[in-house]
Design a protein around this ligand. Structure first.
Ligand SMILES: Nc1ncnc2c1ncn2[C@@H]1O[C@H](COP(=O)(O)OP(=O)(O)O)[C@@H](O)[C@H]1O
Ligand SMILES: [Mg+2]
Length: 264
């Protein structure tokens, strides 16, 4: 029996490309026939805006965190606009600004288990769950991690990335010890790399030295294609042209590494 894998896509700051990477990985999952659910845990709800094919009439992650029932899960999940009607290959558990109400300073253990409870209800329907997390180590992120098998960290090759990756690795370790022994670090996905930037080459070298084992390859360059594909609600695997296929293959490789259970 195939067991669903739950992967959080996280970073400790915004704008590094969590949503973009989530969509790239979802596109790779879709292309390889994995039934995929994307959970939009970010109150900004960018992934829902980019992907959902219809409204869920106010049923969202917020509803689920209040009451993780089968009925609410059904109502809060929309098919993605990628998939043809009747084909449920990629679905979205809708995000909402209201989910920020669950970002309490001292979440209880029950609060942190809420999403895990909900995922048990749908685990037979999906092969992969990707969680687009908020850009900080808040209660929503902790809730997402508690429900996850693995956390993929997104980072840019920038000045503060080293510290951010360190802090994220430490935060994952603390959740592993306090809440969920099964959680592992899937690795660091480097995004928005500019091959012509000397600063980026320097930072890349620095990150490689410090986190070599954790860095998932290949790294993702800054390219307009990703933005265009997202804007057109098209998976990168279906975006025309050779460069997009090269990029699509990068996401295939990264997804494969994330799902390989023997990675640390
Ligand atoms: N590899 C990339 N190449 C070009 N633009 C990118 C890339 N990754 C992200 N972006 C752009 O950067 C902005 C922030 O990305 P986003 O995925 O929304 O970040 P986050 O979810 O971490 O806040 C968006 O406008 C997005 O289109
Ligand atoms: Mg985002």
């Amino acid at each position: 029996m195939v067991i669903v894998q739950v992967v959080s896509v996280s970073s400790l700051k915004g704008g590094v490309g969590k949503t973009t990477i989530t969509l790239g990985l979802a596109s790779a999952a879709y292309a390889s026939g994995l039934r995929t659910l994307i959970i939009d845990m970010d109150p900004q709800s960018d992934v829902s805006a980019a992907l959902a094919s219809r409204s869920t009439h106010g049923y969202t992650v917020d509803t689920i965190l209040r009451s993780p029932t089968n009925k609410n899960m059904k109502l809060a999940i929309a098919p993605s606009s990628w998939t043809a009607q009747g084909d449920s290959a990629v679905d979205v558990l809708m995000g909402s600004q209201a989910s920020s109400q669950h970002d309490v300073p001292q979440p209880t253990r029950n609060d942190l288990w809420r999403l895990e409870e909900a995922l048990v209800l749908i685990e037979k329907r999906y092969d992969l769950v990707l969680i687009d997390c908020p850009p900080s180590f808040n209660a929503l992120t902790q809730t997402a991690w508690t429900a996850s098998d693995a956390v993929a960290i997104v980072a840019e090759p920038g000045l503060f990335s080293v510290t951010a990756v360190h802090r994220t690795l430490n935060a994952i370790e603390s959740i592993r010890q306090s809440m969920s022994p099964r959680i592992r670090t899937a690795g660091v996905i480097i995004n928005r790399h500019r091959p012509d930037s000397r600063e980026h080459q320097f930072r890349l070298g620095e990150m490689d030295q410090l986190f070599g084992d954790h860095i998932l390859t290949p790294i993702i360059d800054e390219t307009l294609m990703m933005q265009q594909a997202t804007g057109a609600a098209t998976p990168i695997h279906r975006w025309p042209g050779e460069p997009s296929q090269t990029l699509a293959q990068k996401f295939d490789l990264i997804l494969r590494q994330i799902l390989a259970p023997n990675r640390v």
